[in-house]
Design a protein around this ligand. Structure first.
Ligand SMILES: [Zn+2]
Length: 159
């Protein structure tokens, strides 16, 4: 689903990535950083760049799957959703704070999103899919997301 990004999220990259640097060699790291930077700022594009860099095969928004996940890695029976922190109420995340005006409207809308997220996840799991959520704010540390993607795909088949 299309995600609109709050403006404060655009184009901001922390200068240091701390312990995220550990898992990758220097050249892998810079490859990941380059891939992510070169695709603009949409969280979904960032995630796509990571999947490509890690050479993981995926399809996007397959119409035949519940919730049309942002990325589907069939080989790993893995459905990935890239969620905006605000729209899907990322817990304990500063980017999920509700606006101070029309609060009730937003609270309702976002509660509806979360209900739908749960329903979609349950449906996919029933059909034997694993699901993962990549939060928008996490993509500011692409190395840690890359590590997570590798963990999620470190086995040939699940079931
Ligand atoms: Zn967040």
């Amino acid at each position: 689903m299309p995600i609109s990004i709050p403006t404060h999220e655009r184009g901001e990259w922390p200068s240091s990535y701390g312990s995220d640097m550990d898992t990758f060699t220097r050249s892998e790291r810079s490859r990941i950083m380059r891939a992510v930077r070169s695709t603009g700022t949409e969280p979904e594009n960032k995630c796509e760049a990571l999947l490509r860099t890690l050479k993981l095969k995926f399809s996007q928004h397959p119409p035949n799957l519940a919730g049309r996940p942002d990325f589907v890695l069939r080989k790993y029976r893995l459905a990935i959703f890239v969620h905006g922190c605000f729209w899907h109420a990322h817990r304990e995340c500063q980017h999920s704070a509700l606006p101070t005006s029309n609060t009730e409207y937003w609270a309702k809308k976002i509660a509806g999103n979360r209900r739908r997220d749960r329903r979609v996840r349950d449906e996919l799991r029933k059909d034997g899919w694993r699901t993962a959520v990549i939060w928008e704010c996490r993509l500011r540390k692409p190395n840690s997301v890359a590590r997570r993607l590798l963990r999620l795909t470190s086995w040939e088949k699940l079931r």
